[in-house]
Write a protein that binds this ligand. Structure first.
Ligand SMILES: [Zn+2]
Ligand SMILES: [Zn+2]
Length: 172
């Protein structure tokens, strides 16, 4: 598994401490939605993944989601180069699943849109399974893998990724 540490992606420090989660029932999968460059999955494009993750953190910490988050809202972020960015990490309460739904599941984001890059490639799916396994091993995540739309009114994580979740979220 290829983890990008917070130091490596130049994450800002969280503005206060995380709320600790002893364990969860599992993991919920998210996508960025919106327009993601169609060529993001090309081998030379990974620097743009790093830029995207930093931009999402800045947006979350500056109130772009309506409230100011202490950090990126996700526990981990996966890109189409089979790399996994450390977000809040294991045993931290995410801020992504919807009010009242963050204690039940960790939140893992896929860099995937609803225009441009919309179909997950195999490397993205492998990275998601890497993240799920990591959160099981290090964060006591349970066996459930669900989509953001399970229990919350949203299109997230998009139809292609949600179909993969419903098929069992297995390695391609
Ligand atoms: Zn979502
Ligand atoms: Zn990448």
């Amino acid at each position: 598994m290829d983890v990008i540490t917070r130091a490596e992606w130049h994450a800002k420090k969280p503005s206060s401490g995380y709320t600790r989660l002893a364990s969860t029932r599992g993991v919920k999968i998210h996508y960025t939605g919106g327009k993601v460059p169609a060529d993001l999955a090309e081998p030379g494009s990974h620097d743009r993944c790093v830029d995207m993750v930093r931009a999402i953190q800045r947006m979350h910490m500056s109130g772009g989601r309506g409230e100011t988050y202490i950090d990126l809202g996700y526990n981990m972020v996966c890109c189409p180069h089979r790399r996994t960015f450390m977000g809040r990490g294991p045993h931290a309460l995410p801020a992504a699943n919807g009010a009242g739904l963050n204690t039940g599941h960790y939140a893992v984001l896929a860099l995937l849109g609803d225009s441009g890059l919309v179909e997950p490639n195999d490397d993205l799916l492998h990275a998601l399974v890497d993240a799920i396994e990591y959160l099981r091993e290090h964060g006591d995540a349970g066996r459930e893998v669900k989509g953001h739309r399970d229990g919350y009114a949203t299109s997230c994580p998009g139809d292609p990724l949600y179909r993969w979740v419903r098929r069992g979220a297995e390695r391609p």
